[in-house]
Design a protein around this ligand. Structure first.
Ligand code: FES
Length: 196
């Protein structure tokens, strides 16, 4: 009778089982790659928070409201008169003091989140904000008043309209850049960026 090599069968079985387990694990690892890839933010996803806006047709005195990260954003091309009248307001008299250059490095362009800092209504642009006479934003909900660089002038809002990161390249406004390039070094800016 032929001798059966049990040792050989057992080690072959062990090898086959081990190989199957190894191949299974390898397959699972390969299958997981696209999943893991999908879980990691891709360049596209990271870039999704950045939005380009053509401002070449924005006229002096015109306000454009766009949606960025599900929030309204004001883009105002300020006139020389708006710039001048805002420069006459002493920051020391404001509840949320800020000098004009802290609100807009290029005085001719003001960009902010278009949400009232009181209870979240969307302020309206007015050539003369009631009870102030200056151009700016008026919140119809409870009478919040802001000047043309979004500084709180009166009413219940506790602070100025919030700023957001942007930079300008030629006639393109780029919102949501990593740098807060639109402002001076010490400008206060929104701390919690809205979710993408
Ligand atoms: S929500 Fe704007 S003043 Fe109240």
């Amino acid at each position: 009778m032929m001798a059966i090599d049990l040792k050989g069968i057992v080690s072959r079985r062990k090898f086959m089982t081990g190989a199957a387990a190894f191949l299974g694990a390898l397959g699972a690892a390969f299958a997981a790659v696209p999943f893991i890839k999908a879980m990691s933010p891709t360049k596209d996803i990271l870039a999704a928070g950045v939005q380009e806006v053509d401002i070449s047709t924005l006229r002096e005195g015109e306000l454009r409201t766009i949606i960025w990260r599900k929030q309204p954003v004001f883009i105002l091309r300020r006139t020389p008169a708006m710039i001048e009248e805002a420069s006459l307001i002493s920051p020391a008299t404001l509840a949320d003091p800020a000098a004009p250059d802290e609100r807009a490095v290029d005085p001719g362009l003001f960009v902010s989140i278009g949400i009232c800092t009181h209870l979240g209504c969307i302020p309206q642009f007015r050539k003369a904000v009631p009870e102030t006479g200056v151009a700016g934003f008026y919140c119809p909900c409870h009478g919040g008043k802001y000047d043309s660089i979004g500084r709180r002038l009166g009413g219940p809002p506790p602070e100025n309209l919030r700023l957001l990161p942007y930079r300008v390249e030629g006639q393109t406004l780029i919102l949501g850049t990593e740098r807060f390039g639109g402002y001076g070094e010490n400008v206060r800016k929104i701390q919690d960026l809205p979710a993408i």
